[in-house]
Design a protein around this ligand. Structure first.
Ligand SMILES: Cc1ncc(COP(=O)(O)O)c(C=O)c1O
Length: 364
C-alpha cells in the first residue's frame, strides 16, 4: 500500500500564470524558466502547461536535452552558459543559445570548431555582482564576440538583485541602458518580480522576459503582495491524509521535544507528510494547513514522516480526511505556498524545489 500523500501539478494554472506574465509585459516574448527541473515541478510534468512559451531557459545541458526530447524545436537558453569546452558541441548539436558572462567562455567559443554559428546572450553585471561583465568591460567583450566566426547574433542580458523589494531596479536599469546604448541585439532583463512590478515600462520588459517563480504560482514580493493580488494561481498542491486522531487533555504535549502543550482539550489529526516529503522542518505551531478545505494550524514539531494538526475548526474530520499542506483543496480553498514558506523561515522557491522524490505526483 502506498502512503496516502500526493502532489498534483495543475496544468491549467501554469497556462493561466504564463498568460498573466504575458499580459504584464505586452509585446515581449516569454522565456519559460524551467531550471531546477521546472522549479521542482518536473520538466515533463509542466510541459503541457508551459509549451505556449516562446522559449525555455534553464541551466543543465541534460535538462536542455529533455526539452528537445519533448519535441521542442524553438529557442532554449542556457542561463549560465557553458561550463567547459565540450558543452559547446552540445550547443551546436541541439541548437542551444547560451549566455556568455566571462572571458573564459569567450575563449572557449573562439576555440570551438563548428559549422553553425551560435546565438549568444552577453551578460552585463549591472550591480548584482554574480555573473556578467562589469559595465566598463562590456563593450570590449561585445566587440570580441562580434569578431568571432563562431558567433551569429549577440543579445544583451542582465539580472536584477532587488526587483522584489523597496530598493527596486532603477539603478541597474540605468547601468544597463548606459552600457548597451547603440548596441544592436535583443534585450532581456526582467524576472517575475520586475515583470509584475515594472513590466509596463518598455525598457524594463525588453524583448524577452524571464519569469520563473510567478509562473509557478508564488508572489515574488510576498508578503507585501500575495498571489491573489497578482492574479496568480497555485500550480502545485501537496495533500496527505489523516492517519490517526488523538484526543489531548489540558497539559498534554505533542511530538518530539514536546514543543506544544494543550491549554484546553484538543483533538488533533496526524497527517502522513513530514520533512522527508519536502515539508519544511522549521514550520512550527500556527503554520496554516487546510483540513477538508478548512483552515486550521500545525501543532508541535514537524517530524520525518508526519505532522500534527489541530482539528478544532473541523470537528467532522477524522481518519482519512484530506489535509492540504499547500495549493488548492477539493472545495476550492487555496493555501498559498508563500504562507507556508514564510512560516518555515524560507521562500516558496525552496519549498517547490524540495518536493521529495518519494512523493507520487499527478498531473492534471
Ligand atoms: C538569470 C535568471 N533569469 C530569470 C530567473 C527567474 O527568476 P524568478 O524565478 O524570480 O522569476 C532566474 C532565477 O533565479 C535567473 O537566475
Amino acid at each position: 500500500m502506498t502512503r496516502p500523500i500526493q502532489a498534483t501539478i495543475h496544468g491549467a494554472a501554469l497556462r493561466h500564470n504564463l498568460a498573466r506574465m504575458r499580459a504584464a509585459a505586452p509585446d515581449a516574448k516569454v522565456w519559460g524558466v524551467v531550471k531546477a527541473n521546472a522549479y521542482g515541478h518536473g520538466i515533463e510534468r509542466v510541459w503541457e502547461g508551459l509549451r505556449g512559451a516562446d522559449g525555455f531557459a534553464l541551466l543543465d545541458l541534460q535538462e536542455a536535452e529533455r526539452v528537445r526530447s519533448l519535441g521542442w524545436r524553438g529557442p532554449i537558453l542556457l542561463l549560465e552558459g557553458v561550463f567547459e569546452p565540450r558543452d559547446l558541441e552540445l550547443c551546436s548539436r541541439l541548437n542551444l543559445w547560451h549566455t556568455v558572462h566571462c572571458d573564459e567562455q569567450i575563449a572557449m567559443l573562439a576555440a570551438h570548431k563548428t559549422q553553425q554559428p551560435h546565438r549568444v546572450f552577453l551578460k552585463l553585471n549591472s550591480g548584482m555582482n554574480r555573473l556578467g561583465f562589469a559595465a566598463q568591460r562590456f563593450r570590449a567583450a561585445w566587440t570580441r564576440l562580434d569578431g568571432l566566426p563562431q558567433v551569429d547574433e549577440i543579445s544583451l542580458m542582465t539580472h536584477f538583485a532587488d526587483a522584489d523589494s523597496a530598493k527596486g531596479i532603477a539603478q541597474q536599469v540605468r547601468v544597463f541602458e548606459e552600457a548597451t546604448r547603440d548596441l544592436p541585439g535583443e534585450r532581456t532583463l526582467s524576472n517575475s518580480a520586475a515583470t509584475l512590478r515594472f513590466g509596463g515600462d518598455a525598457a524594463v520588459r525588453g524583448d524577452w522576459i524571464r519569469p520563473g517563480i510567478a509562473v509557478y504560482g508564488s508572489a515574488p514580493d510576498y508578503p507585501q503582495h500575495d498571489i491573489a493580488h497578482w492574479g496568480l494561481q497555485p500550480t502545485m498542491t501537496l495533500a496527505a491524509r489523516v492517519i490517526a486522531v488523538q484526543q489531548l487533555a489540558i497539559g498534554d504535549t505533542v511530538g518530539y521535544g514536546s514543543s506544544f502543550t494543550a491549554d484546553a482539550p484538543l483533538r488533533i489529526g496526524v497527517v502522513a507528510c513530514g520533512y522527508a516529503d519536502g515539508y519544511p522542518r522549521h514550520c512550527s505551531t500556527g503554520t496554516p494547513v487546510l483540513v477538508d478545505g478548512v483552515r486550521t494550524r500545525l501543532v508541535g514539531r514537524v517530524s520525518m514522516d508526519m505532522i500534527t494538526v489541530d482539528l478544532t475548526p473541523v470537528p467532522q474530520a477524522g481518519f482519512g480526511s484530506l489535509a492540504t499542506l499547500w495549493g488548492r483543496a477539493a472545495n476550492g480553498a487555496v493555501l498559498a505556498m508563500d504562507e507556508v514558506a514564510k512560516a518555515g523561515g524560507t521562500v516558496a522557491y525552496e519549498l517547490m524545489c524540495a518536493l521529495a522524490a518519494r512523493v507520487p505526483v499527478l498531473v492534471e
